[in-house]
Design a protein around this ligand. Structure first.
Ligand code: DHB
Ligand code: FE
Length: 279
């Protein structure tokens, strides 16, 4: 019987990869952010997951504006990284878990979701950075990957309510999976940030605190806002909180927060890191 060991959530700002590459983790700018990670690493060392189900958004590496799936599930034997133009090193490839991917896809269809299924998929910084943070200097990655992509990039975007329902349907799939894997759920991106337009540089710690206080046991409070209201509150890229909401759904009905770190800013982003365990 598979076990969901818990979930971690983190921002995925590419500049984090640059800081790791330069060894800047303990410099004054970066330390408050990186200080949030030893507890995540220790927790992963304790719960020892062997597969990660990761909710994130592609930023133009695998999908582009001409063909943008609302929801996409990877079902590939491996997932490679590629140059996104941020000046980052290429990250190690992930080994996939196609059998679990197809079980998730079949469950989603039964639950009336219609995701794009991807037997090839590049993974960008939204997947690589969270693993570089959780498993520093680790090659190969010590766990398999099932990536689930949510469109947070090109409108119309899915509602927060729909993303929570997607995550809950994925939970149903994980709970009915016959394998004996130890599964960690991961949500990446956010929290508030806006990279473009008149409000470039916008962050909203009040909204972030609201998200961090409610995600664990009252995600319904967060999904009351329309997607346009979330863009207003979190910023045009802060809508990556949809990934967190879906991941929270996939973790299961009740959870305990066991770690939280929040630091503003990293690059243009209010950066947050949390760990939940199933209650
Ligand atoms: C930044 C944040 C992101 O979420 C991203 O995908 C790219 C850049 C930033 O703050 O620089
Ligand atoms: Fe992003």
């Amino acid at each position: 019987m598979a076990q969901i060991v818990g979930a971690y959530f983190t921002s995925h700002v590419p500049a984090i990869g640059g800081a790791i590459h330069r060894g800047d983790e303990q410099t004054p700018y970066w330390k408050p952010f990186f200080d949030g990670f030893p507890p995540v690493q220790e927790w992963l060392g304790k719960v020892k997951p062997d597969v990660a189900v990761v909710f994130s958004n592609d930023h133009g590496l695998n999908f582009f504006l001409d063909s943008m799936p609302t929801f996409a599930v990877g079902a590939a034997p491996h997932y490679h990284n590629a140059d996104e133009g941020w000046g980052l090193p290429l990250y190690p490839s992930f080994v996939g878990h196609p059998e679990l991917s197809w079980h998730i896809i079949e469950t989603l269809l039964e639950e009336e979701f219609d995701p794009v299924t991807c037997q090839q998929m590049l993974v960008d910084h939204a997947v690589s950075i969270p693993f570089a943070l959780a498993y520093p200097k680790c090659e190969p990655w010590p766990l398999k990957l099932v990536p689930i992509g949510i469109n947070t990039v090109q409108h119309p975007l899915p509602s927060a309510k729909r993303c929570l329902a997607l995550g809950r349907a994925v939970h149903k799939a994980l709970a009915s999976w016959a394998g004996n894997e130890r599964i960690v759920v991961v949500g990446t991106g956010g929290l508030s940030h806006q990279l473009d337009g008149e409000r470039a540089g916008f962050m909203n710690p009040d909204y972030d605190r609201f998200v961090l206080d409610h995600l664990v046991n009252d995600p319904e409070a967060i999904i009351k806002d329309s997607i346009h209201e979330i863009v207003r509150l979190a910023g045009t890229q802060g809508v990556e909180v949809l990934n967190w909401i879906a991941a929270r759904g996939a973790l299961g009905p009740s959870a305990n927060e066991i770690h939280r770190n929040y630091h503003v800013p990293i690059s243009n982003t209010a950066a947050a890191t949390v760990v939940y365990e199933p209650a």
